[in-house]
Each structure stands twice: as C-alpha cells, then as structure tokens.
Design a protein around this ligand. Sequence first.
Ligand SMILES: Cc1ncc(COP(=O)(O)O)c(C=O)c1O
Length: 921
Amino acid sequence: MKLHDQGGRGHTIRDYYSASQLRMDRWSTLRETMESLQRAGPAGRSADKLARRAAELLEALAPIELYFAFPGAAAFEHMRRLLEARNIDDLSHVVRRVARALTSGAYRRRSIQLVGETGDNEDFEDESTLPVDARALGRPYFEVLVVDDVNEHHERFLKASLQRMRRVEDPFIYEAVVAPSVEDALIAVLFNPNIQAVVVRPGLSLKSRNKLDILKRYLDRVGDDETVDAMEPWDYGPELCRLIARIRPELDAYLITDRSVEEIAGLDLGLCRRVFYNQEDFLELHLNILRGVNRRYKTPFFSALKEYSKQPTGVFHAMPISRGKSISRSHWIQDMGAFYGPNIFLAETSATSGGLDSLLEPRGPIKEAQLAAARAFGSKQTFFATNGTSTCNKIVVQALVRPGDIVLVDRDCHKSHHYGLVLAGAQVVYLESYPLHEYSMYGAAPLSEIKGKLLELRAAGKLDRVRMVLLTNCTFDGIVYNVQRVMQECLAIKKDLVFLWDEAWFAFARFDPTYRERTAMEVANRLRQTLRTPEHAAAWKAQQEALRDADDQAWLDARLLAPPDARVRVYATQSTHKTLTALRQGSMIHVNDQDFKGEVEEAFHEAYMTHTSTSPNYQIIASLDVGRRQVELEGFEFVQRQIESAMAIRRAVADHPLLSKYFRVLSPADMIPERHRESGVTRYYDKERGWTDIWECWASDEFVLDPTRITLLVGATGWDGDTFKTKVLMDRYGIQINKTSRNTVLFMTNIGTTRSSVAYLIEVLVEIAKELDEVQDDASKMERLAFEKRVSSLIEHVPPLPDFSRFHDAFRSPGATPEGDLRAAFFLAYDEEMCDYVELDEKLLERLEGGEELVSAAFIIPYPPGFPILVPGQVISPQILRFMMALDVSEIHGFRPDLGLRVFNENALKSAEKTKSNGRS
Ligand SMILES: Cc1ncc(COP(=O)(O)O)c(C=O)c1O
C-alpha cells in the first residue's frame, strides 16, 4: 500500500485499521495543532510550520469529510478560508467545536453553529454522561445519502428542500449528505455509519474523483470493477441499490428515476423500497425515509411490554414478584427493589393477555418481533429462545433428526450437541478437527475430513441415512469456516443434507460485509439464487461429466458443485446474548430451509415445546427485540468499532518491546495450518508492514481467524492459562475472560468494547511484564532455572491432543463406517451394575497398550479444552489415557479422581450387543 495518505502525528494509513478512527484522530491532531499555533503567536518560523501542518491536516480531511453531514462542506470551506486569512483564533475556536461535537456526539442532538457568530466556548456534554431518561427522550439522529452529480448550488437546494419538510411530530431527525457517483456512494455507506437511507437520483455518475488509498481499500471490498465499468448510465441507479444491499442490507434505498415504470418493474433493485418518478416531491420522500427507519426502530414486543407495565392490574396469578408486590410489602428485601428499580417488576408478568403474547404460540407482538428478527438476520423464520443456544441446539436436532439418522458433527462442538444427539437417538459420526498441539486447542473440521466421511458412508450404501452436518462457526477460539464451500461440496455428495451451524459466537457477523459472507443465512440465501442459474447448471453438468467413473479421491480433490436441484436446508443457532445486546440466555434460531413448511414445521413445533419453559422470561424476549433494533440501525457501526478495538490490541502487543517479550497474540498462521490458508496470509498486523488487508483471505481461504477474538500466548510468563486468568487478571486487575488453554488466554472483544477498556488492558499487560522483568532481575540462579523450566513445560512440553478413537463395536451398526449409537451407550450407563471404575495410572496404560479394550461409560470433559475427550461408548485409546494423565487442569467433568474412570464391564458390552441384534431382527 502506498503511503501518500499522510496525516495525524506523522501517522500513515498503514498505522490505522479503520478510516473512522483515522478521521477522529486527524480532528484531534488538528485541534492540538491549532492550540499550539495560538500559543506560538501570529508570526515566526514555528507559527509558519504549524500553519503548514494545519493546512496539510485540513487537506487530508477534505476528501473524507465529503461523506459526512457534520461539519459539512460549507463549514469546512469556512475553516479553509480562516486558515488562508491566518485568522488563527477563530479557526482554533471552530476546530475545537468540531472536534468536541464529534467526540461527544453533540451534533446528533442539536445544530452546532460553526460559521458566523458561534456563541461562547460552551462545553458539549458527552452523550454517555447524559441521564438515560434525557437521552431516551431525544429524537434519534441519522443521515441520508443523496446520490446525484450536482453543482454546489443544487446541492444546497437538495439539502434545504429536505430540511424544509421537517415537522415537530417527526420521530427522528436527519441531515442529508450528497455524493456524486456510484463509487462515492459506496464509500459513503461503508465509511459513514450514520447513513440509514439512500436516495438515488437520476443524475449520478460512476467514478469518484477522490483517489485516496484508504478510500480505495474500501472500494476494493465491494469489488466487481468489471461489472461496474461495463454499465450504461441508466443502470447506475439500480446497480447502486444492488451493491449497497451487499454492504449494508439493512439500509433503505429510494430510487428516483425518469425511466418508464415498465422498464424498472423488471429489474432487481436490491434494497430499494420505493421508486419515485417525481424528482421534486420532497414531502413524499421525507415521509418515506422516516417510515423506513421507523420500521427498523419499531420493537413490537418491547413496546407492548412497556405499555403493559403502565396498566393498573390486579395480580391473581402465581407470580408474587409481578408489579413488585412481594417486595414493596417486605421488611427484609427492600434492597432488591432499590437495586433493580420499579420498572423491571412492573414488566414482570406471565400474562399472555393485555396486548402481550405467548412465546409458545406467538400470534401478536412476539410473532412480529420474530419476523423483524428474520428480516434483520436474513432468515426465512426466526424463533426466540429464553434459555440459551444450549436449548436452541437441542430443539433443532430434535426437530430434524429421527432415531437412527446419521449426523456428522465436529467433536469439539459444544456439549449441548452431544446431549441433543443422545436425546434424538442419532447415529453419530465425529469429525476430527485439526489439532493445535502447541496451544492445547483444536481448530475446526477440514472440508477433506467432512467429505471423506460422507464418501465413506456413500461407499457403504448409507448415504440415505445421513441427515445432518453440524458445525460450529465460528469456534470459541475464532476459527471461521468457508460456509459457502462446505455447503456446496457436501450437497454435491448428498443433495438434501440439513446443515446446523452453531453460530453461538457469531450473531454479530451479519453486520459487517466481510463477516457476513461466512454466515449461514447469507450463504443459504445466495445458494438459493446460484443453484437456480443456468450458468451453475452448466458448470455442474460439466463437472459431473468429468467425475463420471471417478474414484473417491477424485471427488475429494475436486471443488465440488451442488446439483441444481439440491435443497437448501440451513439452520443457525445464535447466542444473541454473547455478542449483541440481549439479556443472558437470549438466543435465536434462524431457519432457511426450503422444506421447512412441508416437512419440518410440525416436528419443529413439538421440539420447541419439548425444550421451552412454559414460563419464559419476558425481559429476555424484550431484550432480543431491542437487540434486533440496535443491529438494524447501528450494528454496522458497532461491529466496525469492535474490530477496531481488537486490531488496536493486536497492534499494541506486537509493537511494545516489553509486551512482546512475554506475550504474543496468535496469528492466523499460528492457528490455521498453511494448507487451509490458500491466500498465504499469515498475520493481520506486523510491526514492519502494518496491517494486512483481511478481506482477501476472508474471500478465499478454507479457514480464517476472527480478529475480534484474541488468543494471547502467556506461557512465557511462567503461568498457565488458568492461573493467569484467575490469579493475575481477575484477582489483581478485575479483568474477566472466559477461556484459557494450557498456555493461552482468550480475550474477546464485543460491541461494547471501548477504546479505554483496550487501553486499560494494555496498561495491565505492561505492568505485568514490568513486574516479571523485576522479579527476573532479582532472582537467584535457582529461581531463574525454575522459571525457565516452568516456561519450557508450558510452551514446549504440551501433551499432544488425542484423536477420537472409535465407538466400540457393541454400539456400532454393521459395516466399517464410523457412526455410533451414543444414546444406547449413554442410557446403558444408568445401570450401576453395568459399570466399573478403573484407576487412571501406568498399570492401566500398560493394559491398554497390551491390547485390552476398555469402553468409556461417561462423557469426560476436561476444562480446558472444554469438550469431551471421551464419550459414552467410545474405546479408550492409550493416546487418550496419556493425555488425561498429563493433564494438569483442575476441572475434569465426568471424572472422579477418587474412583477413577467409569467404564463398561463385560456384561454391559454383551447386553449392548444383544440389544443391537434384537433391534436388527
Ligand atoms: C459453540 C457454542 N454453542 C453453544 C453454546 C451454548 O450457548 P448458551 O450459553 O447460549 O446456552 C456455547 C456456549 O459457550 C458455545 O460455545
């Protein structure tokens, strides 16, 4: 990347991950420069130098500011003129106002006077310090992008015309930004998160006159230069609507055109909500813009709940806390009322009447809220859940899997899947994820593994029983699948496979254009379209010809295409509460299944009833509704900021000499083997080369690393991950994290992560590193040796992670394929008589190495890594035993150190064999 885009304290864009941060930093640098200039006085060498610097900064800001309504073109011009006239005091005053209004968000609440009499030097209160009620009463602000290649005079006319339409009863307030071309409009929607609606007028042109690298980087992400170049001017408007739909599908677009109704009717207009034929009907446009934003703003259930809480109702149902009655009359629990405040109790109800709705049979506001969520997340149906994704996973599995159906699942999936598969009676094929031995964690299941297992089942004539592929995307540690490739290639082998993507950690992904490409719902929607095209049909036919009589290896090697008549059957479960705004346990199931209505709906309903409480928590449902509103209006901005924060941490650790001595952020190269990283991208940030453009690898690679999850290697501190988490981060600094491995800790950024929390984390890490340095300085030779030994044991002597061995034959169906009857084994272990305990020691290892077969009767789940290394019915291999013996973690679920490993005895295996053959006969 070229470095001509210079600005800020000698910073180049190479130093910045995000353009919006660059913009903010430039404004504060300009403010500082102006303050220095004021101090330096009007003349002299230092003043000249500072004035030149200010001019450079203004020039660097000029092309960026085009895309924002505030401070706006007129004010910007005014600042330039003040500088030319060396009116330092006035310019300084204006720049200060702009910088403050931008950081405090004051420009969203009121008009900030910048030209002419600007009033005294009043402080702009920071948005976040205002009382919550005051903020809730204010009218939300947004910006409307008008795309038209007009002169300055006409631009002023357009803005003024929209402003004149404002009415006191408008629920929102907006300002217009005018961009001349398709390219500018794309940059604007990527760059300016305030934009909520786009008005495309017939006069727009194609190319931007703005040639900055940072903007180009944004444009490249939209790609498709050739398509855009080949367009005729009358296509620009519709094409722009389609392109914006790919970047920010939540936006509303309004196309103003002079083409005929018939011509327009046949076009795909992306996110266009209305076509207007009268260019000057500003009132109609204004009302539509407000209505469009209001559609996203509306929270049917949250609003109904608020209304309900205002009604004076007598409570004669079993819920004493409702309306706070049991608290207000209490002498002993007043502090609870004081802590939570009255509203939560006013809203606590189990009534399905009074304008509320029932989660189990939604017909009113819950149904509407779910429909809105389906729109926001790109699904065909969305269901809310008030007890987490653990429950969502069980619902989907029960709804789709019948006893005996084969399910392929990554072995390191969340435990809810294992239990869900037990309950459903699935025949389970565990997929091996690639191991990361040096960090004691697993990656994800490679496509070759998934295809290999499917082909094995095909060869055994069992493909008709294969029902579902269940994968975790992204994994706890941030490994992200190439969802499109996985589904295409699996469907090529079995065209009606159902996919369940566990997106517990990935709800936010929909709101960034790059992440979105790897989400289940986006890919499902795209597959529905691609599979139908004649180009796809032809390509598939050609591939089938080429693969005629080919062996399995050829199928493994080919990049398979799904047949045109493949069914798109995709489910995603998301812990909304983990990555977006929702109360704990608020989750969603998104469905995009062509056969849902015909085949699944009833079973789904039953499964939903099986697992859903009849007393769902209304606050959780309301929070899901509000969380959906937030992402539809500011998900793009918040996710962008989250990525920025994560990138800032990555950079700080890499650049700081002391930090890099004890800590290292694991890079894509550390966490994804080279064969799965086709782009060759190894790291996101590098001290010498700066940022890598992550978009390239996200488009092509089999796996990518979610940069918002930061795995920090801490082995060099001499502490293992768990001790570092509890004894250092938590006890000493109050920093919470929730995952560790033997030598790593995982920091998760989220949409609430702020720049100051990032700064605090870095400060803490620096302090820890300094202390470690001091301890080392004063250490005796013995102490130093002991420290080195500890580090080497944590970094170099990590026990290798074991593979899944196999299900014992007593729990397998005939044939050589690997599926096993998890349920039979699970319930057999209920009978104490069928189980023994064996001590975990060298003697046992010798027995296993000598060929004895022992079969686990329990799930054994060590934390970390947090998933079963043994499941009921699985043969205990020497490798697994060695791993368990080397484990030095405090928590191993399913294992009783006082008793040993719970295994099946001879009788149990005989009984399982017998049950199996009875079942067959
Ligand atoms: C991959 C995965 N799926 C599902 C869950 C369960 O989600 P919830 O906590 O919402 O029940 C988790 C929880 O950590 C998870 O990591």
